[in-house]
Design a protein around this ligand. Structure first.
Ligand code: CA2
Length: 144
């Protein structure tokens, strides 16, 4: 089983700024954490992070050609704006779980809207790094 974990804009800044909202751990620590979960579950995992909407669309299309079984995505700010990412996820038809580190529903009103949740099988928010683990385990269970 092959999973692709996609992170959107500014997630590479984890551990550098705003630890009160996003935690004190770095982006590389996040990848190590997910790698460890996946290795324990015998799941092959790849990562992609970009600050550019079109590059994220390309990565989603690429997941189709490379036959990924599932996608875990934190589209970051594009969650609330991107019809292009929603359309790409719909187009590839790969089971997707949406993750947010913070509780988007207890923050600004504009964060309460998620285009990606229209296609995601599940949305996990407010659980920090744990949310990614929950997403991986959900996909493993679903795809078994
Ligand atoms: O809670 C989440 O994971 C978000 O997807 C993060 C986005 C935000 O726009 C969404 O509403 C919720 C922002 C990512 C910014 O990441 C940073 C990480 C560390 C320091 C500064 C920004």
């Amino acid at each position: 089983m092959k999973l692709l974990v996609i992170n959107g804009p500014n997630i590479n800044f984890l551990g550098i700024r705003e630890p009160d909202i996003y935690g004190a751990n770095t982006y590389n620590q996040l990848l190590d954490y997910i790698r460890e979960v996946c290795s324990k579950e015998e799941i092959e995992v790849s990562f992609f992070q970009s600050n550019h909407e079109g590059e994220i669309v390309d990565a989603i299309q690429d997941a189709y050609y490379k036959r990924y079984d599932g996608i875990v995505i934190n589209p970051a700010a594009y969650t609330h704006t991107s019809v292009a990412i929603l359309d790409a996820l719909k187009a590839v038809g790969i089971p997707t779980v949406e993750v947010h580190l913070s509780d988007i529903y207890s923050r600004d009103l504009f964060r309460h809207v998620s285009y990606v949740s229209l296609v995601a099988e599940k949305t996990i928010y407010g659980k920090g790094f744990e949310g990614y683990k929950e997403a991986v385990l959900y996909l493993k269970d679903k795809l078994r």
